[in-house]
Write a protein that binds this ligand. Structure first.
Ligand code: SF4
Length: 387
């Protein structure tokens, strides 16, 4: 894939609304305040999301007067791409600097006909899952809807999609990067809906996936607000082990999580869709035969797929990746029970593929991790976000 020159950052002008993250409805309301007709919103969305145009002056079917007013009253603002890496296996990773100076990362994973973009929803994360590099960095703030959508825009731009004759490269988006999407509810819902909107990025509802570690009340709130596909970061089939791996489980145990998951899936208009359960396999921790049998029993009766993710080691963790034979054995046990199981291939090792790893490395230069961990007592972050 060719790479476009990086777009310029337009600078942080948070005092003006950023049209990049507005839904059609929000854009129509905004234009209404300027005395404009709703169809202008469609025109603007096409320029921004279809054509990749962020300069009002280049929007030729919009009157000069309106362009001038938009320049005065709004921005189309993108974060700055500060690192861009390509792996030998085709994986790409971008680190972007958002308002305030922090970095977030976005990863593109090409696989056959599909190219999946993994986007971040928060700067860092407060949930501190024990196997996650992002969790070790602490939480700074939520990303705005514009900052989430910008990751897709920037990847499209970088891949040449907006060039003349350019065609779509990214087929799937997963909100599985830095952060817990459901703790940034409104912005994530707006961004996901924009990605699925025909005047936005026009991605299929089956191909935009929100992945949650299990913020149960927020999962219930999703019903009726979006019909994005759902992935559950499960990683353990009993509460004792999951409490250790995914601390939010202490607040919302597995039974609650599965109840809310069923509820969400039951409300989707398309009943043929299935939920994906993600299960990171950690050597000697949750990768034994008994764990596979337990998982099979737990998910029985739920229309689902299981995605096994061999643990991606990173410096602050003592966990290890299981052998390929162990992963295969785990997979076979589940398949024998009738499950559709995929194994995420290990990608981008040469560009720090573990979620949060690239940004962690850059930010470690400021020793932020150490300062964060010295400050935070166990469970403090969890209590902070849930209460
Ligand atoms: S796995 Fe997800 S929810 Fe857990 S700490 Fe990492 S980013 Fe946060």
């Amino acid at each position: 894939m060719m790479s476009e020159p990086l777009p310029i950052a337009t600078g942080a002008r948070q005092d003006k609304p950023n049209l990049l993250g507005m839904s059609m409805q929000e854009l129509e309301l905004f234009l209404q305040t300027l005395g404009e007709k709703p169809f202008r919103a469609r025109q603007l969305m096409k320029w921004i999301h279809h054509q990749g145009v962020v300069d009002f002056d280049a929007m030729s079917n919009i009157s000069k007067v309106l362009r001038q007013r938009l320049k005065q009253l709004a921005v189309i603002e993108l974060p700055e791409v500060v690192h861009q890496h390509s792996s030998a296996d085709g994986t790409r990773k971008w680190a972007v600097r958002v308002h305030g100076g922090s970095l977030v990362e976005t990863v593109l994973i090409p696989e056959g006909q599909r190219a999946t973009l993994c986007v971040s929803s928060q700067i860092g994360c407060s949930l501190d899952c024990s196997f996650c590099s992002t969790g070790k960095q602490g939480y700074q703030r939520d990303l705005s809807a514009a900052e989430i959508v910008a990751q897709l825009w920037l990847a499209n731009h970088s891949l040449g999609v907006y060039r003349e004759g350019g065609s779509r490269v990214i087929t799937n988006v997963v909100m599985m990067g830095m952060g817990e999407p459901l703790l940034n509810f409104d912005n994530v819902v707006t961004a996901a809906n924009l990605m699925m909107d025909d005047f936005g990025y026009g991605l299929s509802k089956r191909r935009v996936t929100l992945s949650t570690s299990g913020v149960v009340p927020a999962l219930e709130r999703l019903i009726g607000k979006t019909d994005v596909s759902l992935a559950i970061s499960l990683h353990a089939a009993n509460d004792t082990l999951r409490n250790e791996l995914v601390p939010i489980n202490r607040k919302y145990p597995i039974s609650e999580l599965l109840r809310a998951t069923r509820l969400y899936m039951d409300h989707l208009p398309d009943r043929s869709r299935v939920v994906v359960f993600e299960y990171t396999l950690i050597k000697g921790v949750n990768d034994l035969d008994q764990h596979a049998h337990e998982l099979a029993a737990l998910l029985r009766g739920i229309p689902c797929k299981i995605n096994l993710i061999p643990f991606n080691p990173f410096p602050q963790s003592d966990y290890k990746r299981p052998s390929a034979a162990r992963v295969d054995r785990f997979k076979r046990i589940l398949q024998q029970d009738g499950y559709i199981v995929t194994v995420r291939s290990t990608r981008g090792d040469d560009i720090d593929a573990a979620c949060g790893q690239l940004v962690g490395k850059v930010q470690d230069r400021t020793r932020r991790n150490e300062r964060y961990r010295a400050r935070l007592r166990p469970d403090e972050a969890l209590v902070k976000v849930i209460n």
